[in-house]
Design a protein around this ligand. Structure first.
Ligand code: PLP
Length: 390
């Protein structure tokens, strides 16, 4: 499959939506490095203060540089509104704390980014409950709903194992029960998957990954409709205060400029690498959404391209074997996060967490690769030589 990006989306990333009249024709939006905005009269100030989501009053509410980014992300995701945050976790926090209250229940579906589950655990002290299911069949998911389930939160593909959810079925099921749906769409980015067009209510992103793309900024975004955003803005956005700084917004606008071309390359190189590794006798499985025969139809339905993050399962369950393999890699840096130009490697196996792995149905030989832009051939060679050390 060749990665497909909507031509309009490509133009937005490149900045064709920015006008000549704005900012003296500057080809990059300026950084509005200001905390507040002056008004001509006290009357005007008071008027604008009463609707901070619509006016430039204070940068904790709206800032023009941040607004350029938010406008782009909203359009790319096909949502009405976007707000950006100081991190992906701040975005997730704003959705959970902004829309839920004491006594509500969240159902997490599929493998979920670890800190998101820890946040849910943290929220139990405020009376917000949660359960987590790895079932992907919508009938089975329905049987996990409780009387007080107010939100279904999921990832597609799921973290680490890259299993796929039938988004339309899940969204329809949630609507039937009057439950909000939230997807963490970080992996696919708005260029490769558009969950809101399949009936999902809210999309969250860690912009730290592909959108930033250069491992130099930590940021997050929430995209949804006007009504839900109004609720999030009033409470969790303005009051939790985890806003994105204007300079960081500018870095993300810069990241967006090359997002289409980077993603097409990540797509291509990760697929080549994944297919090369599939044939190796020391590799038991390759977990890439395009290579799982059971969910290929879902992959084709929801993705117009694949990003560069996938996992391999080594033919071993010994932590010291995994260490030997990972330590022998030369191009893949050992580190957290992903989505930058440099290739990265990590394993959920910490040597002392077998029970956690078992509970989450993660095989002990699992190794996650973030394929950067070094080239598929060099990356394949690097992995092949490291496999000889296993
Ligand atoms: C990194 C990540 C987050 C959290 O984002 P931060 O920017 O690190 O706070 C959330 N979800 C997924 C899938 C991630 O990879």
């Amino acid at each position: 499959m060749i990665a497909q990006i909507h031509p309009d989306d490509e133009q937005i990333c490149l900045g064709q939506d920015e006008t000549l009249e704005e900012n003296a024709g500057a080809v990059m939006p300026p950084i509005f490095q200001t905390s507040l905005f002056r008004k001509g009269t006290l009357g005007q100030l008071q008027d604008e203060l009463s609707e901070e989501s619509k006016n430039y009053v204070y940068t904790r509410g709206q800032n023009p540089t941040v607004a350029v980014l938010e406008g782009k992300l909203a359009t790319l995701e096909r949502g009405e509104r976007c707000k950006c945050f100081a991190s992906g976790m701040a975005a997730v926090s704003a959705v959970l704390t902004g829309l839920l209250k004491q006594g509500d229940h969240i159902l997490f579906v599929n493998h979920i980014y670890g800190p998101t589950l820890k946040l849910a655990q943290h929220l139990t002290r405020f009376g917000i409950e949660h359960t987590h299911t790895l079932e992907l069949d919508s009938g089975k998911i329905e049987s996990e709903l409780l009387a007080n389930t107010r939100m279904i939160y999921f990832e597609n593909p799921g973290t680490m194992m890259f299993r796929l959810v039938d988004i339309q079925k899940l969204a329809a099921l949630a609507k039937k029960h009057n439950i909000l749906t939230v997807i963490d769409n970080t992996w696919a980015t708005p260029l490769f998957q558009k969950p809101l067009t399949h009936g999902v209510d809210i999309s969250v992103h860690s912009c730290t990954k592909y959108i930033g793309g250069h491992s130099d900024v930590v940021a997050g975004a929430v995209i949804t409709n006007k009504a839900l955003m109004a609720e999030i803005f009033r409470g969790a956005y303005m009051l939790n205060g985890g806003i994105l700084a204007p300079f960081d917004a500018w870095l993300l606008i810069r990241g967006l400029r090359t997002l289409p071309v980077r993603l097409k390359q990540h797509h291509k190189d990760a697929l080549v690498l994944a297919k090369n590794l599939q044939k190796h006798p020391r590799i038991k499985n390759v977990y890439h959404p395009a290579l799982q025969s059971t969910s290929l139809s879902l992959a084709k339905r929801y993705f117009t391209g694949y990003s560069g993050l996938f996992s391999i399962e080594l033919n071993t369950d010994k932590f010291k074997d995994i260490c030997r393999f990972v330590d022998a890699l030369q191009l893949f840096h050992k580190g957290v996060s992903w989505g930058g130009v440099e290739s990265l490697v990590i394993s959920p196996n910490r040597g002392d967490n077998q029970q956690v792995l078992q509970k989450l149905q993660l095989p002990p030989g699992l190794v996650r690769l973030s394929v950067g832009l070094e080239g598929a051939e060099m990356l394949t060679d690097d992995i092949m030589q490291a496999l000889t050390k296993l």
